[in-house]
Ligand binder design. Structure first.
Ligand SMILES: Cc1cc2nc3c(=O)[nH]c(=O)nc-3n(C[C@H](O)[C@H](O)[C@H](O)COP(=O)(O)O)c2cc1C
Length: 173
C-alpha cells in the first residue's frame, strides 16, 4: 500500500524484533540511495556506509554492543561512518550532523519499504567506537556513528505519538 511521506514519518518506529528473513539487495540499494540523498553542510557529503550481512560478523558485533543484540536476527546492519576530513571545513561536528541526517533517511526509507530498522548507538562512546573500528577495519580518523539493523519486522512495535505542544515556541523562546 502506498503511503505518503508524512504518514511514513509519523509511523516510523524503532524495530527490535525481526523474523530472520533476509533483506533483498534491491531494498538495501534503496536504503543507501535514501541515505545519500540527505543534506550535508556546504554540499560536502561526509559519509561512508558499511553493509554487514555475514551472520558471523553480525554476531561478533553484538558481542561488544549490548544494545544491538537484534543485529543477527535482522540479518543486515548498516554502519554509518562519518568522515571529518571530507566534511565542510574538515569539521567533525558537520560530519556527524550530516551522517545523522543520512541515518534518519535510512530509518524512514526502511519504514517506506515495509522493513524494520533502529538506530543503535556507537558514537559518542569511545569504547564502542574503538570496538567497531577494530571489528570492521575502520581507520582511526573515521567515526562509526551508529549501526542500523535492518530486517523484516516481527510486528511487535507500535508507533509512539511524541507530539507535544510544550516543545513549541512561536516567535520567541
Ligand atoms: C542517538 C540515538 C541512539 C540510540 N541508541 C539506541 C540503541 O543503542 N539501541 C536501541 O535499541 N535503540 C536506540 N535508539 C533508538 C531510541 O531508543 C528510539 O528512537 C526511542 O526510544 C524512540 O522510539 P521510536 O524510534 O520508536 O520513536 C537510539 C536513538 C538515537 C537517536
Amino acid at each position: 500500500m502506498f503511503k505518503d511521506a508524512l504518514t511514513i514519518i509519523r509511523e516510523r518506529k524503532s524495530v527490535r524484533g525481526y523474523t530472520g528473513e533476509p533483506v533483498s539487495k534491491e531494498d538495501i540499494d534503496k536504503l543507501l540511495r535514501a541515505a545519500m540523498a540527505a543534506p550535508a553542510a556546504m554540499h560536502m557529503p561526509p559519509w561512508r556506509f558499511i553493509v554487514v550481512t555475514d551472520k558471523a560478523r553480525l554476531k561478533a558485533l553484538t558481542d561488544g554492543l549490548p544494545f544491538a543484540k537484534m543485529l543477527v536476527e535482522a540479518g543486515t546492519g548498516i554502519v554509518v561512518c562519518a568522515v571529518p576530513q571530507e566534511a565542510a571545513m574538515g569539521s567533525e561536528d558537520f560530519a556527524i550532523l550530516g551522517c545523522a541526517c543520512a541515518s534518519e533517511n535510512i530509518l524512514l526509507a526502511a519504514e517506506a519499504l515495509g522493513l524494520g530498522a533502529v538506530w543503535t548507538a556507537v558514537f559518542p562512546r569511545q569504547e564502542l567506537m574503538d570496538f567497531v573500528r577494530n571489528e570492521l577495519n575502520i581507520p582511526g580518523d573515521i567515526i562509526p556513528l551508529n549501526i542500523i539493523p535492518v530486517g523484516h519486522s516481527a510486528g511487535e512495535e507500535k508507533t509512539q505519538d511524541k507530539y507535544d505542544e510544550k516543545n513549541i515556541h512561536w516567535e520567541k523562546w
